[in-house]
Design a protein around this ligand. Sequence first.
Ligand code: ATP
Length: 246
Amino acid sequence: MAFPIRARGVSRVFAGGAGVHAIDLAVGTGQIHALVGLNGAGKSTLMRVLLGMLRPDAGQVHVHDCDIAVAGPLEWREVGHVVEHPLAYGELTAWQNVLLAARLHGIARVRAGAAVEQVLAELGLDRYAGVRAGRLSLGNRQRVGLAAALVHEPRVIVLDEPSNALDPAGVILLRESLRRRAGEGAGIIVSSHHLDEVARIADRITVLNAGRVIGTLDPGGVDLERAFFSLVHADDERRVAAEGAA
Ligand SMILES: Nc1ncnc2c1ncn2[C@@H]1O[C@H](COP(=O)(O)OP(=O)(O)OP(=O)(O)O)[C@@H](O)[C@H]1O
């Protein structure tokens, strides 16, 4: 199987010891891979390393077959992401924001308008196209950020808590959009606190705790919440016991 995104032995440790440690992760073609974990577990840190925003202390990340340490604009064009603050300039309209993102991602001027229209419609933003982003509600700004990340039909998609401000209609539109993109071969990694939504959308679920991968959850399994907490509690107990023994 081809892996649009793959991390091997990735560590990034901040002063004080927090961060991510020895992470192995592979997202296959057409796969939606969810990262779940408590606040501070390391999800955003890992995503920032996957996107080259943070340099790992150890390990490598490959996007398709390219080590991101040497990736150039051509490789990054294949990637769409929202990590932390979505791209949305308050003074520009939703349309202008997404058009700018399309052009920055190398979509030719003649094709950009149609691509913007399509992604705005896909995320239910058509009637806000002419509204300045600064005047949009939080959820609609988040939709604009997602549209900007997805307008160039990236083959690798990295989204950190993409649905946290979305209403139920937005959650469904995003789910359908990501499913379509995975169906067309994109590799997608998404973090979330909503286990129900993760179960609906993900093909694989990786659990992070205290900066480490501690297991996986079966998206089709029953009582995901219980399975999640039992993994986390077992890991916490193991770490407390190890610290006590040291
Ligand atoms: N720049 C930084 N300097 C020092 N520590 C940091 C830095 N960034 C993150 N951390 C720490 O690394 C750990 C992981 O943080 P991270 O933001 O990756 O967690 P998260 O799983 O995304 O959490 P949340 O669900 O709250 O978004 C936390 O203990 C955090 O305080």
